[in-house]
Design a protein around this ligand. Structure first.
Ligand SMILES: Cc1ncc(COP(=O)(O)O)c(C=O)c1O
Length: 284
């Protein structure tokens, strides 16, 4: 395999394009993984220690259990790189949480998938580095584009994992300013008196299809709806709270952060809307 670009995937060394990951791989489905890119100069991996130490920190931050420790990982990368015999290479290291049928909640015993590729440096890196670049500024919209049904779901996954650790079902996102946005995989509604409130369909939430149906059903039932931001305090003091998505339709939430919502039972408005929603799905 001399001078060839190559891939190491889950213990197997192959030609670069022979490596295949599962369609159930969580990095593919959710962006549930971490990575590093290292360059080699004249057969030596540059800064490997720093890269692998950061990989280990990233893994810890997302509660991904690496199959080997930092020392073992560095050794693995060096071994894979040596097989390639590329003098100046780009070494890409990715660890996915692993493969299993799609579910935000990951299995705690899932085996991570480790990918290392070794490639020649791309041509653009051989240009004169003193050739000046030009740039534009853009708003820093990272983590701020929740309206896109994107597969970058790491924050949602970690939220659901936190819910599991807290022994509850749902994780409802609250921004630093105390305003509620949505839940890890659903939209959140509260009922105050006879008014149904939910966050406006802007960039801070995914505008749920179910959310739209629920707002229509409210109108048909002469329930007042308001699309506005509401606070965690309003959430906790609401008469009813429910969440919606296409899979679990409409589900009442009766306890949040250990506090009882309303009388602690699924509410009347929630029940009415669920019934109407069920009729709608039966009647399409
Ligand atoms: C973050 C988030 N919000 C809201 C929803 C609800 O969307 P829908 O009603 O279209 O299923 C989902 C569904 O997956 C979601 O992931």
């Amino acid at each position: 395999m001399s001078l060839a670009e190559l891939a190491y995937l889950n213990g197997e060394l192959t030609e670069l394009h022979s490596a295949m990951v599962s369609i159930d791989d969580r990095a593919f489905l959710f962006g549930d993984g971490i990575y590093e890119v290292v360059r080699s100069y004249d057969r030596r991996l540059f800064g490997l220690d720093g890269h692998i130490d950061r990989l280990v920190r990233s893994a810890a931050a997302i509660e991904l259990k690496l199959p080997v420790d930092a020392v073992g990982f560095k050794e693995l990368v060096r071994t894979v790189y040596k097989k390639s015999e590329i003098t100046d290479a780009l070494v890409y290291i990715q660890v996915s949480r692993g493969a299993e049928p799609r579910n935000h909640l990951f299995s705690l015993d899932l085996k991570p998938a480790v990918l290392i590729t070794v490639r020649h440096l791309p041509d653009y890196l051989f240009s004169d580095h003193m050739d000046p670049l030009t740039a534009i500024t853009v708003p820093d919209g990272r983590w701020d584009m929740c309206h896109i049904k994107s597969t970058s779901l790491l924050a949602n996954i970690l939220a659901k994992h936190k819910a599991r650790e807290a022994g509850v079902d749902e994780a409802i996102f609250v921004r630093r300013n105390g305003l509620v946005t949505e839940a890890y995989a659903s939209n959140v509604f509260i009922v105050q008196e006879e008014t149904v409130l939910t966050h406006p369909a802007d960039n801070r939430i995914l505008g749920g299809i179910t959310r739209g149906f629920v707002l229509d059903l409210c109108a048909k039932q002469d329930l007042r709806t308001v699309e506005r931001e509401f606070s965690r305090d309003e959430l906790l003091s609401a008469g009813e709270v429910f969440v919606t998505n296409s899979v679990y339709e409409i589900r009442p939430v009766v306890r949040v952060d250990g506090q009882q919502i309303g009388d602690g039972q699924p509410g009347r408005v929630t029940g009415m809307l669920l019934q109407a929603y069920r009729a709608l799905t039966a009647d399409q």
